[in-house]
Design a protein around this ligand. Structure first.
Ligand code: FMN
Length: 193
């Protein structure tokens, strides 16, 4: 079974991270970090209160016991070490603060450290940065990471699949993210199919 790290940070767009989590946990082991800043945003954007008893609450929500949750201050977690093998890491959505911490190799919390480990071990790392508009600092951080092989996948919607509403737009973004890691899904109808 594949094993992924998924981080949800305090950018707007928590439904994208949650959709990835729901889908990923159907077939893979997911090591989940939710930044302390993002619990209130998740609540505001989705109505889900995951701040207490997070692992059990999230497992129940997804109907999966393959989810392992760590607080962002938990630097002793398995995913903080390169010796713990994973098939890659996704940060969805990724705030500009976490983006800059990853680009600088700062590793100040578990999300930045796990991303640092993913890069040093040359595993797949995907960031879904959400801000509008981007400043030159944001773009420079993204370019720096893209040049070393990090996938920069902002949650930009498409219309060619004719989404019926917001839910199908979110599914499209989540599906595109899962495609990057070769995870099977039926979240959207493929062009030409
Ligand atoms: C309602 C709300 C929405 C936010 N949206 C964004 C966003 O879209 N992008 C971003 O970079 N920061 C956004 N922020 C700011 C981040 O939450 C803030 O920079 C925080 O320190 C990020 O920390 P984290 O990356 O550890 O979660 C938002 C904050 C709030 C309260």
């Amino acid at each position: 079974m594949k094993r992924f790290v998924l981080a949800i940070t305090g950018a707007s767009g928590s439904p994208f991270g949650i959709r990835v989590l729901e889908e990923l946990s159907k077939t893979a082991e997911v090591h989940l970090v939710i930044s302390s800043n993002s619990f209130s945003i998740i609540r505001d954007e989705t109505g889900l209160d995951w701040a207490e008893d997070t692992e059990n609450t999230v497992r129940k929500h997804c109907g999966s016991d393959r989810i392992f949750f760590y607080a962002d201050r938990h630097m002793e977690a398995p995913i903080a070490s390169g010796s713990f093998r994973t098939d890659g890491m996704m940060v969805v959505p990724c705030s500009m603060k976490t983006l800059s911490g990853i680009a600088a190799g700062y590793a100040a919390n578990l999300i930045e450290r796990a991303a640092d480990v993913t890069m040093k071990e040359r595993r797949s790392l995907l960031l879904s940065p959400r801000e509008m508009p981007f400043s030159a600092i944001h773009l420079e951080n993204m370019l720096k990471l893209a040049r070393i092989g990090v996938t920069i996948a902002p949650p930009v919607p498409a219309f060619y699949h004719k989404p019926a509403g917001l839910e199908e737009m979110v599914d499209f973004i989540a599906g595109k993210i899962l495609d990057t890691f070769g995870v099977e899904h039926t979240l959207f109808k493929r062009w030409g199919s």
